[in-house]
Design a protein around this ligand. Structure first.
Ligand code: FES
Length: 163
């Protein structure tokens, strides 16, 4: 039996400790936002927050989590009440197929918990591990700038100002 804290709630799962967190989230806890893309830590589709840091859930054995808090995009808002980062992504129409977006939002959330005034380079570096095959990266970056501004900060020397 493994005990977890996911999106602020306690959860217990009966799985092998070596099971990737992503499988537990999707198959046991029915949280389907984080996606399986590569399974190799190369695409970022599975990104969730572990405490305040972004992690590849496809690579993280659930038995290694311990008392750290797991947050998925379901824990950052809902369709009826989207969180501020989700609102920024919607405003900028940052999703195309949408497969990468939960990981992108998790990564943006981690960045903005660290600082609401990242430099343009810091923002791009923070978002770089997540890939978008549709090519909406520029809209995604606009959404992160918008979310930073919504938290009272902003990207320092942005390549594009928030409109
Ligand atoms: Fe985890 Fe690609 S599915 S990084």
């Amino acid at each position: 039996m493994i005990e977890l804290k996911v999106n602020g709630r306690a959860a217990r799962v009966e799985v092998d400790p070596a099971t990737p967190l992503l499988y537990v989230l999707r198959d046991d806890l029915h949280l389907h936002a984080a996606k399986f893309g590569c399974g190799l830590g190369q695409c970022g589709a599975c990104t969730v927050l572990l405490d305040d840091r972004p992690v590849f859930a496809c690579l993280l054995p659930v038995g290694a989590i311990g008392h750290r808090a797991v947050t998925t995009v379901e824990g950052l808002g809902s369709a009826d009440a989207p969180g501020d980062v989700q609102q920024a992504f919607l405003h900028e129409q940052a999703g195309q197929c949408g497969y990468c977006i939960p990981g992108m939002i998790a990564r943006a959330e981690a960045l903005l918990r660290r600082t609401t005034t990242p430099s343009e380079d810091d923002m791009r570096a923070a978002m770089a591990p997540s890939l978008c095959r549709c090519g909406t990266h520029m809209r995604i970056l606009r959404a992160v700038r918008r979310a930073a501004a919504a938290r009272g900060g902003g990207v320092v020397d942005p390549a594009e100002p928030v409109a």
